[in-house]
Design a protein around this ligand. Structure first.
Ligand code: IMP
Ligand code: MG
Length: 186
């Protein structure tokens, strides 16, 4: 597949083919581990949309999916546990095998907060599948059961990840040119 690079991208870190190949492996691992369990996949909008859609198509056992949405990322709010749920799940977690799917763990504060909240709803099991991990910035000790890629401590966009709501639809993950950040300040 040929990909014209977006003019705001300085460097592609992970090509589309590489993303898709890894996601196929993650889906196969989940299918092996959850045979006969009909897991419930839970995603937090919006960043996870692309990963979740591809991951679910790589899983070949019966499954269900549900979504929640929270107020946008703010470190100050997270430190005080003030994450507001703007859309809650429609499915009860009680007795279910839940796989929580996230695009990115950075500090881990968002994930830590949400896992605590989901655990309180009494699932039979709760595991995490994350596509991107930035381990150097971690504040909470969280080890995802399924992990796609480790990333350096740099701000990236594409494949669901945004800068000011843009670039989510890029099929690869890349770095933005410095001028893009300056442009926004004018
Ligand atoms: P944390 O783990 O609580 O620090 O937050 C992780 C969330 O921050 C992710 O779900 C992303 O929405 C956002 N995030 C962290 N790093 C990046 C990045 O490099 N690009 C875009 N969003 C990011
Ligand atoms: Mg996010």
């Amino acid at each position: 597949m040929s990909e014209a690079i977006h003019p705001d991208i300085s460097r592609v870190l992970i090509e589309s083919d590489t993303l898709q190949a890894r996601i196929l492996e993650m889906g196969a691992a989940i299918s092996r581990d959850y045979g006969g369990k009909s897991p419930l996949f839970v995603g937090v909008l919006k960043g996870v949309l692309f990963f979740l859609a591809d991951l679910l198509r790589a899983v070949d056992i019966p499954l269900e999916v549900d979504f929640m949405a929270i107020t946008s990322y703010s470190p100050e709010m997270l430190e005080h546990g003030l994450v507001r749920i703007t859309k809650d799940l429609e499915t009860s977690l009680k007795g279910r095998h839940v796989i929580f799917v996230e695009d990115m763990i950075d500090t881990g504060l968002t994930l830590g907060y949400l896992l605590k909240l989901l655990k309180a709803r009494d699932p039979a099991s709760l595991e995490v599948a994350v596509l991107f991990d930035k381990p150097s910035r971690r504040l909470l000790n969280i080890t995802p059961r399924y992990l796609g890629f480790r990333l350096p401590d740099q701000f990236v966009v594409g494949y669901g990840l945004d800068y000011r709501e843009q670039y989510r639809n890029l099929p690869y993950v890349g770095l933005l040119k410095a001028e893009v950040f300056q442009r926004q300040l004018r």
